[in-house]
Write a protein that binds this ligand. Sequence first.
Ligand code: SDX
Length: 439
Amino acid sequence: MPDTLTVTDNRTGRSYELPITHGSIRATDLRQVRVSDGDTRGLVSYDPAFLNTASCKSRITYIDGDRGILLYRGYPIAELAEKSTFLETAYLLVHGELPTTEQHADWAHEITMHTLVHENIKRFMDGFHHDAHPMGMLLSTVGALATFYPEATRIHDAEQRRISLYRLIAKMPTLAAYAYRHSRGLYYVRPDNDLSFAGNFLNMMFKMVEQRYQPVPEIERALDVLFILHADHEQNCSTNAMRSVGSAQPDPYSATAAAIAALYGPLHGGANEAVLRMLMRIGSTERVPEFIEGVKAGKERLMGFGHRVYKNYDPRATVIKEMADQVFSVTRSHPLLDVALELERIALEDEYFVKRRLYPNVDFYSGLIYQALNLPTEMFPVMFAIPRTVGWLAQWEEMLLDPEQRIARPRQVYLGEERRAYVEMSERDGRVMAASAAG
Ligand code: SDX
């Protein structure tokens, strides 16, 4: 059988053969479906929120939502979480292969050597209100970074792309830590380049008066695994923003700022913060049934549950739940963990959630770990942005190097007014008065 789709336009009786490649048809092939010679547009595919539209071809991440599968460049997420490190996984996502010892050493060196930010950034940070949300601070300082590296606009220069990628991956933890320290009225901690990526982040976040910060190994490892789990996730909302803004070819800092803005939303990266606030609002396992009834009545959403793609358990949630036990073994068990476990138990049994195939997603347990690490709730989406910067950049570069890609400019289904002539204000006023007089 040929790899084609035959469609018949019943308005004209004409049939069309549309080629099928990689399980998809080209939306532009629908343009040939016209009702008359005067029909200059042809048929348009309408897909609000891109529920069933591929915006690109990609080789980075593969998700099978029904089977709960997540692969980074073909490697299962659970194996990478168990055997890899965040920096090694970052190399894999960007380059497509796991690094050799020498490649990893060079990669880690380059990123480590770019953790510092220009001293003027501190003045940026100091300008924010004491209770400024750290995602707002991150969003604006990452955008501002573009002004420190004007050569970053040379995005077709592979070397320039490489240095921008090192800088963004390396500086995201520094900016995140600065935002946290600012909110606590604490001095900014310089990076300690002898520590791991996760260890250095903990250092910049929590170092106080000790000579050198020593991360707790279990917490350092848990954070590194969380960074692996959050590094990429195919064409999610913030990656779509990165690709769409990136398609207009600004510098990567500006495109990353747009991706951070998307991740800020409570339906996306802001969900882990919303989960904690939800758990705090529920407060005890006794109040879980009442809350669940509110969700089923449509009064609110069970944050941390549901996913556009996963209609089964999010494989990252499985790993994070195991990490939570490790972290709580060295911190203290989390008082809201019981509430989370009871919510999960009921939701996995209740017809309302089962019918809608709503399972815990990556955000359901991550917030509990971050709170056990004494991170304030508003820092949770920032913890998502740090590792997701790698995915955004890998996807951005893949878009730039894809010969089929060009500036993103979707079409629309116009339902507005037909052409009409301008009416003078005096006449408009008269019409309104006449209408009101007629009652
Ligand atoms: C992330 O895309 C990615 O890959 C994202 C991410 C990544 O790594 O980048 O995985 C990270 O963003 C995870 C998702 C975090 N967000 C949340 O936990 C917020 C709560 N979940 C949702 O709001 C919702 O599930 C979404 C936004 C995640 C998915 O929304 P969809 O696919 O557009 O589904 P929908 O909103 O159309 O819901 C379908 C039905 C609706 O019921 P009906 O109108 O058919 O009766 O399911 C219901 C929704 O009301 N529903 C929920 C629900 N999620 C969906 N009902 C209660 N609680 C929920 N959480």
